[in-house]
Ligand binder design. Sequence first.
Ligand code: ADP
Ligand code: MG
Length: 251
Amino acid sequence: MLLKANLKQLKLPTMLAEHEKLAREAADADEPYESYLLRLTEVELATRSANALTNRIRVAGFPVLKDFDTFDFTAVPALPKQNILELARGEWIDQHFNCCLIGGSGTGKTHVATSLGLALCRLGKRVRFVTAAGLVTQLEEAHQAHRLDRVLAQLDRVDLLIVDELGYLSFSRTGAELLFQVFADRYERRSLLITSNLPFGEWGQVFQGERMTAALLDRLTHRCHIFEMNGESYRFRESMKAKKESSKKGK
Ligand code: ADP
Ligand code: MG
């Protein structure tokens, strides 16, 4: 009873749950005390790191949990598989590099961004996934409520900020300025992963004003892995395939 209370007070829930079973096993196998203690601490640590990972993934806010195992690289020949899997090893995050995935709708940008984000969560990195529109709204609201500093500080703690769907909507002047501030703040300090349907030459539409766009692109692309994922929409292709198959069956 005392042992249970102590383990509880020491916040060792897995040791609390497992110590009796492991003690029986250790006694049966005539294990020395140290190896019993080692086993106990191992189960505690394993549960902790699994919980921490679950938590990192939850906090990251991925729209859906899509991994590389369901991504068909042969469908996007323009995307070099080896280079993407290299990014999944996370060195670029430590070097504060950025990554841009540029391509039309349905070419797998969100899928790849999510899979990369998940891989980095597994490496212990703090990741946040937001849409450009969602981020701008959040920044504008924070700005109005005089808590912009707090939101910026939160973003600053994140190792990789994934900004999805830049380019579908253009922003107000303030919105664009706030987004610019986030991007500029991260320059050479923290990584960004941006997905966009627009080639860089058309980003002026989003950021209103050539000067701000040029300044932003300059920082973003300075140390950046850029991938163009052009090609047919995967969604579109799959639905065409399904249609063809069902019409074949119909005959
Ligand atoms: P985008 O963000 O470029 O518009 P998505 O990543 O949302 O495209 O992809 C659209 C859908 O097609 C998603 O369900 C995604 O999982 C799937 N998809 C896209 N490309 C591939 C691919 N190469 N292999 C497997 N699934 C893919
Ligand atoms: Mg997308």
